[in-house]
Write a protein that binds this ligand. Structure first.
Ligand code: ADP
Length: 458
């Protein structure tokens, strides 16, 4: 068992490794994507903010400068340098009138109003020009210069940290995924080992036996255990059937064999009367064998649960009256009293088989059978539907009340010998259980018996 669990575990390792690998790759991919996305966003936001600031400062300064009769004037709050933005004032012809070019700025750009341009090699500058008109022809150029936002140091820091932490995260993801998969797959190894043990040893007694739970594996294990249970019952029933059948058929077979051997040896001296008796005996035993095999087959199917009849909502009183009328029309000794509209879930064939078994017993075990008085009743009591068959026959002693439901129990084998198989009541109880009901018995020796089927009402 342990070796098998190990082999099952090895099989599950491949799946676990694949899950761990997949999760690790996913973590790495997500982290890289997140990093790229963050860099793009921060670059865009920083550039946009710097450009907005440059435009705002230059527009404000444009309102504070003017050209009056050829000479320009600046208001007191004109900002030549503000928050890293330098403003220069140029004449129409391009001569610098005021302001100080930032150290390191060497670009020579023609003026172009309203367009932000980026220039410079080592240090990048953003340049924005504004034309401030004065009269029809004259005016001034304002040029705003700001160092373009430099994201590279931040970016390389981020990449460095990501490169350091990414393997750690990947390792963590891989270990976590492997651990979770390992725990999740542990029951699978047990299911596999049990199934294999059952398969190899042909021993259906093995069970997975996982503790009850809501997860998929616990439910799968419970289903498997249920299946093993059913298979075991079915195999047991099969075995029991074979041994019961062999045992019960042995008697009629040996009687038939004996009769045949006798006739073969002494048949010539037999009178026609003796020959008829021998043939009748063989016929009776063959009948008994047929009844036995019928009953055994029916019982085995019932025990296996393969008697797949569907249950319908039936009016119990109406069904019972109809069955009695069809089967025992000529029986003067049968009294039927049935309340109408007592509804139960049942199958007509099963009901008929149960009723006939009980009625036949009631007749068989009356003294003498020909004088049997049998009453069939359908009533309702305390939320149950009751179907009872009463006789005034020989009765059953209290110590046998439990035993008679077991198969092949015959209290008095000499009575009704040919017809008795000892299977009737076992079949009756099987049917009652199939209909979600149960049987009870009241009986007194010499006074008679009442067998009652209790069914849930609907
Ligand atoms: P069978 O009738 O074929 O022997 P059953 O399983 O129907 O098998 O009955 C088992 C035994 O219970 C019978 O052999 C008989 O001894 C006893 N029994 C069943 N029904 C009655 C009854 N109505 N009155 C007295 N004894 C009964």
């Amino acid at each position: 068992m342990r070796a098998k669990e190990n082999s099952a575990r090895r099989g599950a390792h491949a799946v676990k490794r694949r899950i761990a690998l997949w999760l690790t790759l996913l973590t790495v991919l997500l982290t890289v994507l997140l990093l790229v996305y963050l860099l793009i966003i921060s670059e865009t936001v920083a550039t946009q903010t710097a450009q907005n600031e440059l435009t705002r400062v230059l527009r404000e300064n444009a309102a504070r400068v003017s050209l009056l009769e050829g000479s320009f004037q600046v208001a007191a709050d004109f900002r030549f340098s503000s928050g890293g933005i330098t403003t220069l004032v140029y004449s129409r012809g391009g001569a610098l009138l005021a302001g100080q070019i930032p150290v390191g700025y060497r670009a020579r750009l023609p003026f172009e109003s309203g367009v932000i341009r980026t220039v410079g090699e080592e240090t990048k500058y953003m340049v924005l020009d504004l034309w401030v008109p004065s009269g029809w022809e004259n005016g001034l150029w304002l040029r705003g210069i700001a160092v373009a936002p430099e994201l590279r140091p931040v970016t390389s820091n981020m990449i460095l940290w990501t490169l350091i932490t990414l393997p750690l995260f990947a390792l963590l993801a891989a270990c976590g995924a492997y651990l979770i998969a390992y725990r999740a797959f542990r029951p699978l190894a047990r299911i596999h080992a049990t199934a294999e043990a059952i398969n190899e040893a042909q021993d259906l007694r093995g069970r997975i036996g996982l503790p009850a739970g809501e997860d998929e594996f616990s439910r799968l294990a419970a289903t498997f255990d249920g299946m093993f249970e059913r298979l075991e019952r079915s195999f047991e029933a099969e075995k029991q059937f074979a041994s019961d059948a062999a045992h019960e058929l042995r008697t009629p077979i040996s009687i038939i064999k004996g009769a045949c051997e006798y006739t073969a040896r002494y048949g010539e001296g037999e009178t026609p009367e003796e020959r008829r008796e021998t043939l009748e005996m063989i016929h009776r035993q063959a009948d008994r064998m047929a009844r036995l095999t019928d009953g055994l087959l029916h019982m085995t199917r019932m025990e296996q649960g393969s008697e797949g009849s569907e249950l319908f909502r039936l009016d119990l009183g109406a069904e019972v009256t109809a069955i009695c009328a069809e089967t025992y029309a000529a029986e003067g000794r049968l009294t039927v009293s049935a309340e109408k509209e007592i509804f139960v879930l049942a199958d007509r064939d099963l009901l008929s088989r149960l009723l006939c078994n009980l009625i036949e017993n009631a007749i068989k075990y009356s003294d003498p059978p020909a004088c049997a008085a049998v009453t069939v009743r359908v009533t309702r009591c305390e939320g149950e539907a009751l179907l009872s068959v009463s006789d005034r026959g020989i009765g059953i002693p209290p110590e046998a009340h439990e035993r008679i439901w077991q198969r092949f129990t015959r209290l008095d084998p000499s009575r009704a010998d040919g017809e008795s198989t000892g299977l009737g009541l076992a079949i009756v109880r099987g049917i009652a259980e199939r209909l979600a009901g149960y049987m009870t018995l009241e009986s007194e020796v010499g006074m008679g018996s009442t067998f009652t089927l209790h069914l849930p009402l609907i």
